[in-house]
Design a protein around this ligand. Structure first.
Ligand SMILES: Nc1ncnc2c1ncn2[C@@H]1O[C@H](COP(=O)(O)OP(=O)(O)OP(=O)(O)O)[C@@H](O)[C@H]1O
Ligand SMILES: [Mg+2]
Length: 350
């Protein structure tokens, strides 16, 4: 019932400038796929190419195995929700939801039924008679999503739909979009800059950089096994720590001391450790480095420690609970060797 999407060597160029470089991607029916990546990496361009809002320069876009490159946007069965919801200000919520269906000459009874169903799903039935200016940001965004739902698309595309909302509303809407996906079961692609949204909503995260896919996989697969430095640094918040490593006859050296690693590490030049995987007591871990504590943030549930190695490299640590760490003191960082990431000079994980 749900729809698959395949990108085959997909290319986008604006004149001489190629911005999407031969991308291959399989999206399974019903999958919730999240695109992440730095500004300008091509997330919106890719969505717009899938939606039919932007011509495809090369390669194939397949939807349910059918080539869609030359099919007009309106006939692709796709609805897109944008960051700016652009509701019609002079129309009330009902009219905003009904408008697209009216232009498509959908019978009136059918329009009423679809608007009512979408309004119930999004819990905006009491707002149907209001004008957009009488709505909160979150309510407006729900109407924008409602406009997509009434079209009964096969595929939903979301381009940073929550980025204009405040933190609390974002969390609420994030849960609602996740529920919407569970209820409808449609294939959805979602672009975000928000780590938590990506990690919690995605079946599959696609990390893009400069118009290529760096890695695609389940959120925890990317978190646990990033393929390279870029993905390691991009997925996870706060960011993974990277320390310069050198090899000598005795093994891998970081900040002047040799690590007691259980495996061979030929070619490693960078050691990566996530802030949440560092402890200040040894437990079953190995010693990483002695650190000077520069700043301590007590968040109540967590303590964030900003520290520096003897050779001036920054290390951030996230400790559970209210850890007694003194500013200016020296602490020793330990980590479970299984939680360490090693990278070679090319930035690839080894
Ligand atoms: N109409 C256009 N003409 C020329 N270049 C364009 C055009 N639209 C986008 N680009 C370029 O294509 C690249 C990808 O842009 P895109 O908007 O897809 O990035 P993005 O990943 O969505 O970024 P952001 O996170 O800032 O929204 C950028 O380098 C951008 O400058
Ligand atoms: Mg964008």
């Amino acid at each position: 019932m749900a729809t698959s999407i395949q990108l085959r060597q997909l290319v986008k160029a604006y004149g001489d400038l190629e911005v999407i470089h031969s991308i291959d991607l399989d999206i399974d029916p019903g999958e919730f796929t999240v695109f992440v990546g730095p500004s300008g990496c091509g997330k919106s361009t890719l969505l717009r190419m899938i939606a039919g809002l932007e011509p495809i320069t090369g390669g194939d876009l397949l939807i349910d195995s059918q080539r869609m490159n030359d099919v007009p946007a309106a006939r692709r069965g796709i609805a897109m929700v944008f960051q700016s919801y652009a509701l019609y200000p002079h129309m009330n919520v009902y009219q905003n939801l009904a408008f697209g269906l009216e232009t498509a000459k959908t019978p009136k009874a059918e329009i009423q039924a679809r608007v009512q169903r979408a309004a119930e799903i999004l819990q905006i039935v009491p707002l149907l008679q209001r004008k957009p200016k009488q709505l909160s940001g979150g309510q407006r965004q729900r109407v924008a999503i409602g406009r997509a739902i009434v079209r009964e698309p096969k595929i939903f595309l979301f381009d940073e739909p929550l980025s204009n909302l405040d933190a609390e509303l974002r969390v609420q809407m994030r849960v609602e979009i996740a529920k919407l996906h569970n209820d409808l079961g449609n294939t959805m692609i979602y672009v975000t800059h928000d780590q938590v949204e990506a990690m919690t909503m995605a079946d599959k995260i696609v990390v893009l950089r400069l118009g290529v896919i760096e890695q695609a996989g389940a959120p925890l697969e990317l978190y646990n096994n990033p393929k390279n430095l870029f993905v390691a640094g991009f997925i996870g918040s706060p960011k993974m720590n990277f320390l310069t490593a050198t090899e000598d006859g005795a093994g891998l050296k970081v900040a002047g001391a040799t690590l007691n690693l259980p495996r061979a590490v030929a070619g490693a030049t960078t050691l990566g450790i996530r802030p949440e995987h560092i402890t200040l007591t040894q437990g079953s871990g190995i010693k990483i480095a002695d650190l000077r504590v520069d700043l301590v943030e007590n968040l109540g549930g967590q303590t964030v420690v900003y520290a520096t190695t003897s050779d001036g490299q920054s290390v951030n640590i996230v400790l559970e609970g209210q850890a007694p760490v003194d500013l200016g003191s020296t602490v020793t960082a330990y980590a479970d060797p299984a939680r360490l990431h090693l990278f070679n000079a090319n930035g690839d994980a080894i």
